[in-house]
Ligand binder design. Sequence first.
Ligand SMILES: *Cc1c(COP(=O)(O)O)cnc(C)c1O
Length: 345
Amino acid sequence: MIDIPAPLRLRLDGDALVQNWRTLDRMSGTAACGAAVKANGYGLGAIEVARRLAAAGCRDFFVSNWQEAAELAPLGLTVSVLHGVREEDMPAVTAGFARPVLNTPIQVARWKAAGGGPCDVMVDTGMNRLGVSADDIAGGLLDGLAIETLMSHLACADEDVPMNAVQRDRFAALAGTTSARRLSLANSAGIALKGYAFDLTRPGLALYGGVPRNELSAIRQVVGPEAQILQRRRVHASDSVGYNALWTAKDETEVAIVNLGYADGYRRHFTNIGAALASGRVLPVLGRVSMDLVAIGVDAAKDLAEGDWVALDYALPTSAAASGLSQYELLTGLGARFERVWTTS
Ligand SMILES: *Cc1c(COP(=O)(O)O)cnc(C)c1O
């Protein structure tokens, strides 16, 4: 294989990642702090993320499915599979690199029939997504299971609504009714709520720089998309740039065409509102974001030339607010064409 340097890269701040976990660990009080590393570590790279967090002291990792768990197997971590266990997953289960979070009576029956073994269980407390019901538990569904962690998931932890306390109280009422060694309720936003940490927290978003609530303002940005300039051109007054001519020059304008687009996760929502940053100068996105390209105005950057690199403004809270996308989408959409470059400080 010829090693061809990528024309776009994702700078990943390993110090910020670890510091974010430490911040969340501290805010979790006496509860342990785990890490959701599903969806390839929210787009950053699950192995690199998990390795760094394990070195920092994180002991509980969460993925969605068994393929993701298998990818982490070489690290030898404690991994829980949030979507539980299908019949197709049973061969992977016996390899022993993860345990399921059982979500349904059928999954519970499947687990018992296979001989049980340590597992986690999700109970629904009002989100109506995944989980067995409190009635199932009262009816003895979980009897005989060796449950490591009983967990539930908050629907609205990023908002101040009565539903949070309702879910917390329903969950707290289940304490002592199962064999579970630990209880776990809070995601990133839930960690900022007082009294929701129980024994184990499960942050995802905030590890990666997302800020779902103001109390988490200490969280630091981790990702930084960068791309190379392919062409620099001068656009005359009243000429337009890009698909559907969505930007028209008022005056002569210097434009750089940059090597990333919506296929890389730099979504069309940034059309005419995104920006690149170069030495403190803001270089606005001009016109529509293409699949593989985006145009930026470089009047403020006389020095930037073909082959130079620019950093996109991808600050998660403000980029989400400006684009209407969620911080989760901004992270998990980051594509495979980025070379992922980890820096520590
Ligand atoms: C994804 C997920 C998390 C992490 O949520 P964030 O909002 O990203 O912190 C925690 N628990 C469960 C069950 C999840 O699916």
